[in-house]
Write a protein that binds this ligand. Sequence first.
Ligand code: 5GP
Ligand code: MG
Length: 170
Amino acid sequence: MIQEQLFDEAAIAARVRELGAAISKDYAGKNPMILGVLTSSAVFVGDLTRSIEIPCEFDFIALSRYSDTEGIRFIKDTTASVEGRHILLVEDTIDTGLTLQYVLKTLRERQAASVEICTLLDRKQRRIAGMDVKYRGFEIPDVFVVGYGLDYQGRYRELPALYSHGSWPK
Ligand code: 5GP
Ligand code: MG
């Protein structure tokens, strides 16, 4: 059940524009590859790329996570090779960090020229795998979030703002 609104459309749009401006400055002349983690980052990637004012490309990966210990695998890989490319990984939320830790390791093994992280939301309390996060939209408390691409059991992705949900998915 939806509880309170955390960030409204205007606050999200303003923060996404700031992130886009910073990325545009840092990546000028580098033709970065924006790499979104499906499905919940899709809305963010769509808005973020439109706020980036330099030439860039974007692509998506999809991952399946079995459990914290069993590991993670790609269910959709990149379309083009990442070798020699400047990769900006885009997530909606970093929680334990285990998903991105796996992706970072894989992209480095594939010899990307650089890999940085951009996340809309950062929930630091539950972090297991530490990592440098170069671009961060908002820090969030220990609540489950829905809306703006984020779901609870498939629901609420279409909502334009971000809300806390009363419970965590099982
Ligand atoms: P981590 O591997 O860092 O524990 O989890 C990150 C993944 O879990 C992300 O792909 C993100 O989409 C999902 N996730 C983490 N927190 C939330 C949340 O509050 N709401 C939703 N809908 N997904 C979340
Ligand atoms: Mg996700």
